[in-house]
Design a protein. Structure first.
Length: 242
């Protein structure tokens, strides 16, 4: 039965993804920023619904010009965050750009891509992110640098937090918790180890009662802290809520 449900969900997801690509390629340039954000939010909410994922949000969104920092469990974290904060521009590893279908979607949503192995490229993205924050954008980063199992945070890499420090922009910590009945932290949502995108997609589509909870914590001001001290404060705040 779960295999039939998963197949049905994936059959519905494919045309939805293709529709999203069509919107990005044909309509985004003709839309205002507000209209693009509305489309991103609609598409993200529908994606979660198609996959049977329940979304619950706690806390208040911050106005424009802030850095969003969240823990990272699944490639679907971006869709979950866009369902609540569609204005977010994510910083993502460069190879995501080449993922089938998904790469074109995230690029169309204004993602900033980074070659994580290159210090020079990291500096370039820090400057881009700082300029975006100064212009009033919301920039989102996953400072763990990769996906983790959920209950415990990986170490934070503070390089990208320099963007908020440089322009004294507020930082919005967001806690993501994937869960299922009987599992406070869902195993099906984990995207770790040698798991492929296809395997992860099947596990999510076949999961029973999968949900994600977003907790938007009070904003943190850099207040003269360097990026490492800011990273420690943010990691502590997110870890405590997990």
């Amino acid at each position: 039965m779960r295999a039939l449900i998963a197949t049905w969900r994936l059959a519905r997801l494919l045309p939805h993804v293709l529709h999203g690509l069509w919107l990005v390629k044909r309509h985004f340039e003709l839309r205002t920023a507000v209209e693009r954000h509305q489309l991103v939010q609609w598409w993200s909410i529908k994606t979660l619904k198609i996959l049977g994922i329940q979304l619950r949000t706690e806390g208040r969104a911050w106005p424009a010009g802030h850095l969003l920092v969240a823990n990272h469990v699944s490639w679907l974290d971006i869709a979950a965050l866009h369902a609540v904060l569609p204005q977010a521009r994510f910083v993502s590893k460069a190879d995501v750009r080449h993922w089938p279908l998904v790469g074109a979607l995230v690029e169309g949503a204004g993602t900033l891509f980074i070659e994580r192995s290159s210090k020079r490229d990291a500096l370039r993205v820090v400057h881009q992110a700082a300029a975006a924050l100064r212009a009033g954008d919301c920039v989102a980063v996953f400072p763990e640098g990769t996906t983790g199992p959920g209950p415990e945070l990986l170490p934070f890499h503070a390089n990208l937090l320099q963007a908020a420090v440089s322009v004294d922009a507020p930082v919005l910590p967001v806690v993501l918790r994937w869960h299922q009945p009987g599992e406070r932290f869902s195993a099906a949502a984990q995207f770790i180890g040698d798991t492929t995108l296809a395997q992860s997609l099947w596990r999510i589509a076949a999961a029973r009662g999968l949900g994600i909870e977003l907790q938007l914590l009070p904003a943190v001001q850099p207040e003269g802290r360097d990026r490492r001290a800011l990273g420690e404060a943010l990691r502590g705040a997110i870890s405590a809520r997990l």
